[in-house]
Design a protein around this ligand. Structure first.
Ligand SMILES: [Zn+2]
Length: 136
C-alpha cells in the first residue's frame, strides 16, 4: 500500500493538537462519551482529521450507545484500511487506519447483533474525524 501523505512525527506534532497526535499517530483512544461526534446526527461526511480524506458518511452512522461515533461501514473507495491489532492480550482486534496517511481511526467489531446492514461497528474516535456538512 502506497501512502499518499507522509510526514515526520515533528510535522504531525506541529499540525495536530496533543490529543489528536496521541490518537491518530500513536493509536490512542479518546475517553468514551467525550467526543464531539458521538451523538452527532447531521447529514454530511466525516474526513480524516490528519489529511482531509473523506472516510465515513452520516448515512452509515448509527446509535450504538458505546460512547464513540459508530458506523456500519466505511465510505466507498477503500479509503480506510484494516489491520490486525495485537497490542492487547487476547484475540487480535481489527484496527481501522486511514489509507491515505496511515493515521489510527479506531476499531471494527463484527457480529454484535446490531440491526444494521452489515452488523459491523466501526468504532471511531471523534478526534480522528472532521465533519463537513452536505450542501443544503
Ligand atoms: Zn488520513
Amino acid at each position: 500500500m502506497e501512502l499518499k501523505v507522509i510526514k515526520t512525527p515533528q510535522e504531525w506534532r506541529a499540525q495536530l493538537t496533543p490529543l489528536e497526535y496521541r490518537v491518530l499517530r500513536e493509536s490512542g483512544t479518546e475517553a468514551p462519551f467525550t467526543g464531539e461526534y458521538t451523538d452527532h446526527v447531521q447529514a454530511g461526511s466525516y474526513q480524516c482529521r490528519a489529511c482531509g480524506t473523506e472516510l465515513f458518511r452520516s448515512e452509515h452512522k448509527f446509535a450504538s450507545h458505546c460512547g464513540w461515533p459508530s458506523f456500519y461501514t466505511a465510505a466507498a473507495g477503500e479509503r480506510v484500511r484494516v489491520v490486525q491489532d495485537r497490542s492487547l492480550p487476547g484475540p487480535p482486534r481489527t484496527e481501522a487506519r486511514c489509507a491515505t496517511c496511515d493515521s489510527h481511526l479506531g476499531h471494527v467489531f463484527d457480529g454484535e447483533g446490531y440491526s444494521t446492514p452489515t452488523d459491523q461497528r466501526w468504532c471511531i474516535n471523534s478526534v480522528s474525524l472532521h465533519f463537513v456538512p452536505d450542501q443544503a
